[in-house]
Design a protein. Structure first.
Length: 404
């Protein structure tokens, strides 16, 4: 097991139990496989009533284990757990949580957990009443006291018309938290502000000028920082992705709102990471009612005024020891020219670091992957990363941890 589980291959056991959220476990398995890990699914009989074995075997690229009495000769009921570097149970039903707390081993998953010294991560999923039942509350407390990591649950739509706490968190969050369990808490106690998403500048009550940023990269940074021990504040501009349950969030819309929120949060932050895509200009005036084409004919002229440069402002007013990190999304296709644009930009902005990434019609914004070059204030390359946005987030934070 290495210090960087996003690059070193791990043997991960994914336990799937019998809840309606079992279909989302496919996303957990897929993300772990795409991250380069050797994934083995241990499914309960109840789980296979919600999701088929062929699907799980195709996604995991390994046979699915279910039967306690298979492979008895090679003591398979304990061998799976002994060989695991990490065990993730998603979804974890109320029944499974009770059995784990009691140390029961009446199926292959229970035996696997008891026979393993690997970290255990569970993602509860159940109806609100079951999650809030004193028995479940007590069982979760017992598991946490033993060092089990509990991810979620989230508040949201449940089966049928019910809504409330009990929804399984999204696969990306489960995987990020699970892999981070193997990392040292090297950002413990650091106060980090992260911005994410794309600002929108209103034209009228209906329309706006915006960009295609979904917020995936900024949210990935916020989550990775939180699981590495940081106290994280996320400022999200029109996010199109779910916010992790472990991260506090303030929602904003426009660049001026973002500027005010960041200025306030930065007063007590050790680090500010400006990953949001910020509009450089906004309309000089906003119409109070919908702009009608009947009144303007075939052409409509807009007068735009420049927005404040939030990154440069943060760099100029930072206090001693505070670290300011910016992002520069550019469409320049040539790598050398892109790098020079980044060096010129960090010289103008005055931030401590700048991550330069290429964006376009089919890369950068609203995608699952990213490629970045990280420059320091002198324009020197301190890190290059390409891969999932979660892996890019961890590489950025590695630089931050080492710089500390």
């Amino acid at each position: 097991m290495g210090d960087h589980p996003d690059t070193d291959q791990l043997r991960v056991v994914v336990g799937i139990t019998g809840g309606i959220a079992a279909y989302k476990a496919v996303g957990v398995v897929r993300a772990l496989v795409l991250a380069g890990h050797d994934v083995h699914v241990v499914a309960t009989d109840a789980a296979l009533r919600f999701i088929g074995r062929p699907t799980l075997e195709a996604i995991s690229r390994n046979p699915v284990d279910t039967d306690l009495y298979e492979g008895v000769a090679e003591v398979r009921h304990v061998a799976i757990g002994q060989a695991a570097d990490l065990i993730v149970i998603a979804p974890a039903t109320a029944n499974t949580i009770a059995k784990l707390a009691a140390g029961l081993a009446d199926d292959l998953l229970g035996n696997t957990v008891l026979a393993s010294r690997a970290p255990l991560v569970i993602a509860p999923a159940m109806h609100t009443e079951m999650w809030q039942n004193p028995a479940t509350v007590a069982n979760i407390a017992v598991l946490r006291s033993r060092g089990v990591t509990v991810v979620g649950p989230a508040v949201g739509q449940l089966t049928g018309t019910d809504s409330g706490p009990g929804r399984m968190v999204e696969p990306d969050e489960i995987v990020s938290v699970a892999l981070a369990v193997l990392r040292p808490k090297d950002l413990l106690g650091r106060r980090i502000v992260v911005t994410a998403g794309g600002t929108r500048e209103a034209l009228d009550p209906v329309r706006y000028i915006g960009n295609r940023s979904s917020g995936k990269q900024g949210v990935a940074i916020a989550l990775a920082a939180a699981v590495r021990g940081a106290d994280v504040m996320l400022i999200g501009a029109n996010l199109e992705v779910a916010v992790p349950t472990s991260v506090r969030v303030e929602h904003v819309v426009s660049t001026l709102e973002l500027a005010n929120a960041v200025a306030s949060a930065a007063e007590r932050a050790d680090v500010v990471i400006m990953a949001a895509a910020v509009a450089d200009y906004r309309p000089e005036s906003v119409a109070e009612s919908k702009i009608k084409k009947e009144l303007h004919g075939d052409r409509l002229s807009l007068e735009l005024v420049r927005n404040p440069d939030i990154l440069a402002g943060l760099a100029e007013t930072r206090r001693a020891g505070q670290v300011i990190i910016g992002f520069a999304a550019e469409t320049e296709p040539d790598a050398a020219a892109l790098l020079e644009i980044g060096r010129a930009k960090i010289a103008r902005k005055g931030s401590d670091y700048l991550l330069v990434n290429r964006v376009g019609w089919h890369e950068g914004f609203a995608t699952d992957g990213n490629s970045v070059v990280m420059l320091d204030r002198h324009g020197d390359i301190v890190m290059e990363a390409s891969g999932s946005k979660s892996s890019v987030a961890d590489k950025l934070l590695d630089v931050l941890a080492r710089a500390r």
